[in-house]
Design a protein around this ligand. Structure first.
Ligand SMILES: Nc1nc2c(ncn2[C@@H]2O[C@H](COP(=O)(O)OP(=O)(O)OP(=O)(O)O)[C@@H](O)[C@H]2O)c(=O)[nH]1
Length: 222
């Protein structure tokens, strides 16, 4: 198992033209898996709607030059108050798939067991000729750990061929699934961010019958 993780926050707002003011709930979602599987790209792709031109290895929380006390408190901080976990492996890298049990165990040790919404993501599906982890084996693993499986590519553009990254490759669906699990019962509908709204992606839920406005979701940091 190698190092590091990414995280994203989803905030859900209940907005209304009438008072009271909007309620905001913030969820902390951690994205974990071996180094290089594409955690940063997936998170960036979701938050900014595109694949990053250039990424650098995230400084691993496990890479603190032997300063054990510092490492321990950093890791504890990372796993604290987590609402959902996204496990990522690289479909072209079998060892990254074999590391998953260790990542699941790591989560368990930080009190993140099956009660916390978790999903499994196989990234880099655009590299069709280099696939080392088949869907069958990944699905079996996902079923055994009661997680939904998504196979995706943070990189490949959508089928419209215009170079944009909209509603394609399940990236939005992945985070929508997490949001949906967190928000439970309410059906969520993806809407694109308005032009110039930065990295905000709004996941709107249906208005409720009480007329108190719609639910909005946004990825507020990454
Ligand atoms: N072909 C392809 N390359 C990808 C994809 N996602 C990420 N990459 C590439 O994989 C490399 C690692 O991506 P990162 O997002 O930095 O991986 P990471 O898991 O955050 O890595 P660490 O920060 O080291 O933990 C980069 O060169 C990306 O361009 C993908 O879907 N397809």
């Amino acid at each position: 198992m190698a190092q590091s993780g990414s995280s994203a926050e989803l905030s859900g707002s209940l907005t209304s033209s009438a008072l009271p003011p909007p309620r905001t709930r913030i969820f902390k979602i951690i994205v974990i898996g071996d180094s290089g599987v594409g955690k940063t790209c997936l998170t960036y792709r979701f938050c900014a709607g595109k694949f990053p031109e250039k990424t650098e290895a995230t400084i691993g929380l496990w890479d603190t030059a032997g300063q054990e006390r510092f490492r321990k408190s950093m890791v504890q901080h990372y796993y604290r108050n987590v609402h959902a976990v996204v496990f990522v492996y690289d479909v072209t890298n079998a060892p990254s798939f074999r590391s998953l049990p260790a990542w699941i165990e790591e989560c368990k040790q930080h009190a993140l067991g099956t009660e916390v919404p978790r999903i499994l993501v196989g990234n880099k599906c655009d590299l069709q000729d280099s696939i080392q982890v088949g869907t069958d084996v990944a699905q079996q693993f996902a079923d055994a750990h009661s997680m939904p499986l998504f196979e995706t590519s943070a990189k490949s553009p959508n089928s419209l061929g215009d170079g944009n990254y909209r509603n394609s490759d399940h990236v939005e669906a992945i985070f929508m699934t997490v949001a949906h699990k967190l928000k439970s019962q309410k059906p969520l509908v993806l809407s694109q961010p308005p032009e110039g709204s930065g990295g905000t992606v709004i996941l709107s839920g249906g208005r409720n019958d009480g007329g108190d406005g719609g639910k909005g979701w946004s990825c507020s940091s990454c």
